[in-house]
Write a protein that binds this ligand. Structure first.
Ligand SMILES: Nc1ncnc2c1ncn2[C@@H]1O[C@H](COP(=O)(O)OP(=O)(O)OP(=O)(O)O)[C@@H](O)[C@H]1O
Length: 115
């Protein structure tokens, strides 16, 4: 049980690290809070909340994995290396695609309510 609780603390340490060091993570968290407030304002139905929850989770998960990959690359390749750069670029592209998907979901749900 103690080990289980400790693993939660490690996970929160990871969240805290990403929040403190990554501007894009903070921006995405802020966007998530704004979207939730907008969802409460427009009284989304459970189906719409499900899509919003998936969109937020996908972006946050990708941001965390991208941060972990950046740290790993900096650890194993502190010097410039084209492969190290490519790894970071590919991980960053994953965040971009996830973010675009979240944007499309947000537009599909909120645009009809705004017009
Ligand atoms: N070791 C390296 N070798 C070659 N290119 C690198 C290396 N590290 C970073 N780069 C290139 O520089 C870009 C930016 O790297 P950086 O580590 O600043 O990432 P970032 O996404 O800006 O991270 P942060 O969110 O910490 O600012 C990478 O996407 C990659 O193209």
């Amino acid at each position: 049980m103690k080990k289980f609780l400790k693993s939660f603390i490690y996970s929160f340490n990871g969240l805290s690290y990403a929040f403190r060091t990554q501007l894009s993570f903070r921006v995405h968290c802020l966007a998530a809070v704004l979207v939730v407030l907008l969802g409460l304002y427009f009284k989304l139905n459970s189906y719409e909340w499900l899509w919003i929850a998936i969109a937020i989770a996908v972006v946050v998960i990708l941001e965390l994995v991208n941060t972990a990959i950046e740290i790993l690359v900096d650890l194993v390749s502190p010097e410039q290396n084209p492969k190290a750069g490519a790894i970071k670029d590919v991980a960053s592209a994953a965040v971009l695609i996830g973010g675009l998907m979240a944007l499309v979901i947000g537009l599909i749900i909120f645009v009809p309510k705004l017009i």
